[in-house]
Design a protein around this ligand. Structure first.
Ligand SMILES: C[S@@+](CC[C@H](N)C(=O)[O-])C[C@H]1O[C@@H](n2cnc3c(N)ncnc32)[C@H](O)[C@@H]1O
Length: 258
């Protein structure tokens, strides 16, 4: 389970988060809505609305749960008509049975140990649970090696945005571990599948610095370590041509409750 401290850091940089983080492919949004039945949509951990805007644009009726006041405020400015509840999902009681529960890059912050049936109970029978997230695969092996040295020098865990290399990245053979991590119990969600979307994204060294500083892993570092690590990372990118290129994987799980 994530610590309370780590999951609350995004609001410290809400504007940067909103500017620098990628959204989600339009085809992911379309496929989720095509798989969902009728009924209202609940979004958990809506943040600044990187997914919300795309779903709202397709005319669905949305309710957003977002515990970070600054993230919620930015979302409210973007979508003034959408109800936003400033709360963690665990502390909120569903007000109706939803046809679709979406959660972009946020489900892992929900403390499911408090209640493993949270998603199940927020949904109507036949409703769809669709958590999704982005992963980054670094394209240039030389840059990958150089940044691994920077991370090791600063004692960073090998889970930064640039930790994984595109070449040789293997698709998982089975998703059983993932179902378990998402808390998808077979008796509640017997029908589940995983869909992956590919896209590309490049950052200048300055924008990549902003991206790293929007991640919880960098935000919880001691400021001196964080500043030195992002400065060294940007210098290495500049020494490798000034941009860092990624293949971005957008993964969604489509799980239908009984
Ligand atoms: C990485 S951000 C993702 C925001 C947005 N969904 C997106 O795709 O950009 C994670 C979000 O989850 C929210 N969050 C953290 N703990 C939560 C919880 N227990 N329940 C609901 N949301 C939570 C954070 O406040 C933050 O806005």
């Amino acid at each position: 389970m994530a610590t309370r401290e780590q999951r609350g850091v995004f609001g410290e940089v809400a504007d940067d988060y909103d500017r620098i983080r990628p959204g989600y492919p339009g085809s992911l949004v379309d496929d989720v809505l095509a798989a969902a039945g009728p009924g209202p949509v609940l979004e958990v951990g809506a943040g600044t609305g990187k997914a919300t805007v795309a779903f709202a644009a397709r005319g669905v009726s949305l309710t957003c749960i977002e515990p970070g006041p600054r993230m919620a405020e930015l979302l409210r400015r973007k979508l003034p008509g959408v109800p936003i509840v400033v709360s963690t999902f665990e502390d909120w009681t569903p007000d109706r049975a939803y046809g679709l529960l979406i959660s972009g890059q946020a489900w892992h912050w929900v403390d499911a140990s408090r209640d493993p049936g949270l998603a199940f109970r927020a949904l109507a029978p036949g409703g769809l649970f669709a958590p999704f997230w982005n992963s980054f695969l670094l394209v240039d092996p030389a840059l990958h090696a150089a940044l691994a040295e920077v991370d090791a020098r600063h004692g960073l865990a090998p889970e930064t945005t640039h930790s994984y290399l595109a070449a040789g990245f293997a698709e998982p053979a089975a998703f059983e571990e993932e179902w378990a991590q998402l808390g998808l119990r077979a008796e509640e969600f017997p029908e589940r599948r995983h869909v992956r979307y590919h896209s590309a994204r490049s950052y200048s060294s300055a924008d990549y610095r902003t991206h790293l500083l929007s991640t919880s892993m960098y935000r919880i570092l001691p400021p001196a370590v964080r500043d030195a690590a992002v400065a060294d990372t940007a210098a290495v990118i500049d020494a490798h041509g000034g941009t860092i290129d990624f293949e971005v994987l957008a993964d969604v799980v489509l799980a239908r409750r009984v």
